[in-house]
Design a protein around this ligand. Sequence first.
Ligand code: R5P
Length: 287
Amino acid sequence: MEEVIVSCSGGKHVGKDIAKNLKIKYSELSTEKFPDEELNIKFKTEIKNKKVILIQSFYDNLNEKIIETLFAYYTAKDLGAKKIELISPYFPYFRQDKRFEKGQGVSIKIISKLFKIFDKIYFIDPHLHRIKKLKQVFKNGKKLDATPLISEYVKNKKIKNPLFIGPDVESGQWAKKAADIINEKSAILKKKRYSDRKVEIKLDKKINVEGKNLILVDDIISTGHTMLETIKKIKKMKPKKIYCIAIHGVFADKKTLNELKKHSEVICTNTIPNKEGKIDISNLFKK
Ligand code: R5P
């Protein structure tokens, strides 16, 4: 079946490279807004009888991007596409995987119902914590792992004596894996979250960081407070240099990002387009 990759508004920063790597024809969705903010989408390439692979990363106006993606799906169906898949470099709502407070919605379960229409969805490092397996929420989901790209980045930068640190139990899996791949050491800290922007990090006195290059690894930097609190505490233990590396650089608080940059080098993959996205995820897609 003939295939075509179509970038939605949040996929253009990586779409072309992914299509090039997969040797698939590339096109971009036209998304415009009427004066009243209703969306108006249009395919600019013939998709009848083809397999359409949409690319959409959900950042910034992410709820609007959800509507855009659903419009793209149903329009493709309407125009006669045979199969419709989605590559989503950053997919949101995974962290709301339980009812934390009485009356709350379990967002990831709701979103998965909306997206079960796709024949397949490729996720890059979805935040799986209390829900252990992607298939529990997305039967049509396939998980891609960008952690080896982090290990490769650290190795290529020739960072000597690195110690990989996960600031909390949830990030620990990424820190350990990134370290293991290049036979380096890792440690996991403990975090208590009081609110969106208030976290407390507990250091483990047994971990010796003096003179070491610390690679703080997390799957997501959202407000940046997890990283910032870790840095504030760990700096007192005299490490050589601190790197903050994440798969998804959401950077919801620009002020905190600037603060992070004063104390560390901040790097992430380009699942979301930003200056820190130096690790290219289009390399995960190869024929
Ligand atoms: C934990 O749940 C995740 O692994 C991240 O630690 C968290 O999402 C980071 O959030 P923030 O940057 O807002 O502290």
